[in-house]
Write a protein that binds this ligand. Structure first.
Ligand code: C2E
Ligand code: MG
Ligand code: MG
Length: 643
């Protein structure tokens, strides 16, 4: 019995997210109910009283019920009590209808229909109340009939099929069975609605999630390029409307690849998340911050009149990036390069603006990184020049436009030249001198570095021989070797070949590699380096300190010398608090591992004295000599030996 009752009357809880849709439904049902009520009122009282020429009591009495319901609609619509009120009113009209029209043919069907209509509410209580009203009216009318009492001068009701409380019982049975049927229907309606709502809710949640993932980067949670493309049109429209500018800012981390290569992708990922935080914390909410891949971010700053307004934001960002980062137990140094293009100054075409910001960012990188730059048309020309450079390099090579320059290295104790670093120069017949910072990266990306690299190895060996013949037989000549030479050529073979061909002492030759070269394909590189070292060639780690190689790796590799990167030497005159700490650490590291330390990029006396005091072994920099051609280098050597 209880189970039957539960099956019929225990409804599922309406979850919060569905409540609103139920409420809307109730309001709609209220409207339908009120319309039906008015219809019933007109038919059961007004029309029937005209038709049967009876009193208009019912009509005016009915108005007392209908009018308040209509007036209260705006205040009570959708409320539960309002529904009860309507349920009672409906039943009263079905009563009046029977009273006024034909009591004789009273059938339960009307009542059933009226109660069934109430199922529209998907709520059992209005029906229970309607049922109670029905039963009550039967009790009242049977009572009136039994004792022949007349109310409001109305004729006493006469039921044609019986009289007394047996009729009430019969009605009660009808009403209760109606209640059971309708209750069950309502329960199913509610279950169905809730179910529909759940599905709808899930679908809309899923849709939202899908939309979010398709527009956001999963690692940092920042919006992605797709989102950027969607939003930027709006930004442009606003800028035009308000007669304002907006900036597209390309931000790329410097040497991020090194971190990924040397410390692993976990650390790289964690660092990118930190970077995303820095950006969101330092750029106002009006701006759009997006990650468009790898270590590249695009920031759109809208709503400013003067480009100088941007400078504090950019400078602050660069400053934030220079801070020391602590990621998963590592302390990392980082910097970023930033390129800016302005709407509408540089272009009114979004694609062009993006390209320009990218160009400006690359310029900032080649200007030494940790830097920012605005796009200029001059830059645009320069990029086109790069394409020219690629096309021109091959010709230049066969026209002998590439020359070796030598930058002397000075022993700190004796203050004598002990050797030189070989640096490549391109004397272009038309454009003049082109710096390696421009053509080396391009040649690395095109693969031409393999030709250039081999040329440098061969020419350096020949030069060593020439120096030897002139009596300088203990100079240490180091050459720079790029990653691709390790990957794509047999470097060991090339070096061995030139040593044998030119009959030079391998002890006079050294190669400079960066930490990232060392950390890529570790086992393979280790093997190659060991073989090269066995030839007698010295191995230098170039730009040391920018690549995060760990002490354990340094121990493993057959290294002779560390070259402290110029940025650390620059710090000596700088304001950085930990300048001494870093240089001291590197010097101490060198001593512990039994390595020599070269400081590169020494530009003034202060730096030199600082390094000398701390027993740095070798110095290289403009303070002593810039890179120079072979004749100048020989002249310098000659001058020194005369002294
Ligand atoms: P690097 O190997 O770190 O070379 C040191 C760079 O610092 C050289 O720039 C040198 O001219 C510059 N430098 C030295 N002392 C000072 C100083 O006191 N102040 C300043 N401001 N700069 C100083 P350069 O010659 O422009 O070469 C740039 C880079 O190009 C080199 O960096 C090296 O990575 C690459 N490179 C040069 N020649 C070759 C080559 O033959 N092969 C390869 N693979 N790369 C090369
Ligand atoms: Mg070098
Ligand atoms: Mg260097």
């Amino acid at each position: 019995m209880i189970r039957v009752f539960n099956r019929i009357f225990v409804y599922p809880q309406i979850p919060n997210f569905a409540k609103n849709s139920f409420r809307l439904f109730h309001i709609q049902s209220d409207k339908v109910m009120i319309s039906l009520l008015i219809l019933q009122w007109i038919i059961s009282t007004f029309i029937t009283s005209i038709y049967y020429n009876t009193y208009l009591y019912g009509f005016f009495g009915g108005a007392l019920i209908v009018v308040p319901i209509i007036i209260l609609f705006p205040y009570l619509k959708g409320e539960r009590y309002y529904r009860y009120f309507i349920a009672i009113a409906m039943m009263l009209f079905s009563v009046i209808y029977i009273q006024q029209y034909l009591g004789r043919i009273e059938m339960h069907f009307h009542v059933f229909i009226a109660m069934a209509i109430l199922t529209l509410y998907k709520d059992i209580l209005p029906i229970v109340i309607a049922a109670a009203t029905t039963i009550t009216h039967h009790i009242v009318f049977n009572y009136l009939q039994l004792y022949e009492i007349s109310l409001f001068d109305m004729p006493v009701m006469v039921f044609n099929y019986g009289c007394g409380f047996d009729i009430v019982i019969l009605h009660a049975i009808f009403v209760i069975s109606e209640l059971l049927v309708l209750g069950y229907i309502i329960r199913m309606q509610i279950e169905h609605s809730v179910h529909l709502n759940i599905t709808q809710d899930q679908v809309s949640k899923l849709n939202k999630e899908l939309e979010h993932t398709s527009l956001h980067d999963s690692l940092t949670g920042l919006p992605n390029r797709l989102y950027l493309n969607q939003q930027i049109q709006k930004v442009m429209k606003n800028a035009i409307k308000n007669d304002e500018k907006f900036a597209i800012i390309f931000l790329d981390l410097d040497h991020f690849k090194n971190i990924n290569d040397t410390l692993g992708h976990d650390i790289g990922d964690a660092l990118l998340q930190t970077v995303a935080n820095i950006l969101t914390n330092n750029i106002d909410e009006k701006s759009l911050i997006t990650r468009i891949g790898g270590d590249e971010f695009i920031i759109v700053i809208p709503g400013f009149k003067n480009e100088n307004d941007l400078l504090p934001v950019i400078n602050n960002l660069l400053k934030e990036f220079r801070k020391e980062f602590f990621v998963k137990g590592y302390s990392l140094r980082l910097s970023a390069s930033i390129g800016v293009a302005l709407f509408p100054d540089d272009s009114t075409n979004i694609n062009e603006l993006m390209k320009y910001a990218d160009i400006a960012m690359y310029q900032a990188k080649s200007d030494g990184r940790d830097n920012f730059g605005f796009f200029t048309q001059k830059l645009n020309k320069k990029i086109h020049n790069e394409v020219d450079i690629i096309n021109d390099m091959q010709r230049a090579f066969y026209d002998n436009e590439f020359k070796l320059y030598y930058q002397p290295k000075i022993d700190v104790k004796s203050e004598k030249i002990i050797g030189a670093e070989v640096l490549l120069r391109w004397h272009h017949y038309e454009k003049g001198m082109i710096a390696p910072n421009i053509f080396i990266p391009i040649s690395e990306s095109t693969g031409f570095i393999l030709t250039l690299g081999k040329f440098v190895i061969e020419e350096s060996a020949k030069a060593i021989k020439r120096f030897e013949m002139m009596g300088y037989d203990n100079l240490l000549i180091s050459i720079n070797v790029s990653t691709r030479q390790f990957q794509n050529t047999d470097l060991f073979q090339d070096l061995q070949d030139v040593i044998i061909e030119n009959d030079i002492n391998p002890k006079q030759l050294g190669i400079e590699i960066t930490e990232s070269v060392m950390m890529q394909y570790i086992e393979k590189t280790l093997l190659a380096l060991k073989k090269i070292k066995d030839l007698g060639i010295s191995i230098y780690i170039d730009d040391f300190g920018t690549g995060y190689s760990s002490l354990s790796y340094l121990k493993k590799f057959p290294i002779d010398t560390l070259k402290i990167d110029k940025t650390f030497v620059d710090d000596i005159n700088g304001t950085s608090n930990n300048k001494e700490l870093l240089i001291n650490t590197i010097l101490a590291m060198g001593k512990t591992l039994g390595l020599k330390v070269v400081a590169e990029g020494v530009e003034n006396k202060e730096q030199y004295e600082f390094l000398k005091q701390r027993e740095c072994d070798i110095i290289q920099g403009y303070y002593f000599a810039k890179p120079m051609c072979e004749e100048d280098f020989l002249r310098l050597l000659a001058k020194e030996s005369k002294e």
